[in-house]
Design a binder for this molecule. Structure first.
Ligand code: HEM
Length: 214
C-alpha cells in the first residue's frame, strides 16, 4: 500500500521506498567521489601537492569498480520490487511522451511517475555506469587490450566524463528548483496535490491499484 492518509487534510503517496532512496544516495556519493577525483586526474592539478596522484587514481579506480553495486543490489532480491517496477516504467515510452520530448515540452502530457526528462536522466546515468566501467577497466588493465581500443577507451572516458559533469549539474539544478521532488528523495513521500500536478497518470494508477500489482 503506497497511498496513506497523513493528516485529515493531506493524502500522501510513497514515491521512493527505503531501498530506492539508499540506492540513490550511495550512487550519488560514488559519482561525487569519482567526479572529484577525476578533476586532478585530468588536469594533474594542485591536488597533487596534498595527495599523491597514485592515491587519487586508486580511490578513483576502486570507487569506479564499486559504482554498479548499489544499483545491482537494489534491483535484486525481494527488497527490489519497487526499483524493478520503476525500471520498467523508465523503459516504457508512450507516443505522447515521445512527442512531448521531441517538442521540448510544447505538447500536452499526462505525466507518469517520471516525466520524459527524468526518464532520460535515469537512462543516461545507467548507460554512463556501464560505459565508464568498461572504458575505465581498459585504462587500468590496458595490457589486455590492443592499442586502438585503449586510445578509443581514453577518448570515450574523457568525453563521457564531460557529459556526466553537465548532466549532474543539470540534475542538481532541477532538484533544487523542484522542492516536492527533492523532498521525496529524502523522505520518500509526495502529497496528493503534488502528484495531481506533476504525475497525474501515476496518481490515477495508485488510486486504482495501490499495491502496484501488474
Ligand atoms: C562518474 C564517473 C567517472 C568520471 C567522471 C571519470 C573521469 C575520469 C577522468 C576525467 C580521468 C582522467 C583521464 C585522462 O587523464 O585523460 C579518469 C581516469 C581514469 N578512470 Fe575514470 N571516471 C569515471 C568513472 C570511472 C570508472 C567507473 C572506472 C572503473 C574502472 C574508472 C577508472 C579510471 C582509470 C583507471 C583512470 C586512469 C587513472 C590514471 O591515470 O592512473 N573511472 N577518469
Amino acid at each position: 500500500m503506497t497511498l496513506t492518509q497523513a493528516t485529515s487534510e493531506t493524502v500522501r503517496l510513497l514515491r521512493f521506498d527505503r531501498v530506492q532512496r539508499c540506492a540513490h544516495w550511495v550512487n550519488a556519493a560514488l559519482f561525487g567521489v569519482l567526479m572529484t577525483t577525476a578533476i586532478p586526474l585530468y588536469f594533474g592539478s594542485f591536488f597533487g601537492l596534498v595527495w599523491p596522484r597514485h592515491l587519487i587514481a586508486q580511490i578513483h579506480l576502486w570507487t569506479g569498480v564499486a559504482l554498479p553495486v548499489p544499483i545491482i543490489v537494489s534491483l535484486l532480491g525481494p527488497w527490489g520490487a519497487s526499483m524493478r517496477r520503476d525500471v520498467r516504467r523508465i523503459n516504457m515510452w508512450t507516443r505522447q511522451e515521445m512527442r512531448w520530448m521531441k517538442t521540448l515540452g510544447e505538447t500536452p502530457l499526462v505525466a507518469d511517475k517520471f516525466n520524459p526528462g527524468q526518464k532520460l536522466n535515469a537512462i543516461f546515468v545507467g548507460a554512463s555506469i556501464v560505459i565508464m566501467l568498461a572504458t575505465g577497466s581498459m585504462l587500468q588493465w590496458f595490457r589486455f587490450f590492443p592499442v586502438p581500443w585503449r586510445e578509443g577507451a581514453t577518448f570515450v572516458h574523457d568525453v563521457m566524463s564531460f557529459a556526466i559533469f553537465v548532466v549532474v549539474f543539470g540534475h542538481i539544478v532541477m532538484a533544487l528548483t523542484h522542492r516536492g521532488s527533492l523532498r521525496s528523495i529524502f523522505t520518500g513521500w509526495v502529497s496528493e496535490s503534488w502528484a495531481a500536478k506533476h504525475a497525474p497518470a501515476w496518481l490515477t494508477e495508485e488510486k486504482t491499484n495501490p499495491a502496484g500489482n501488474d
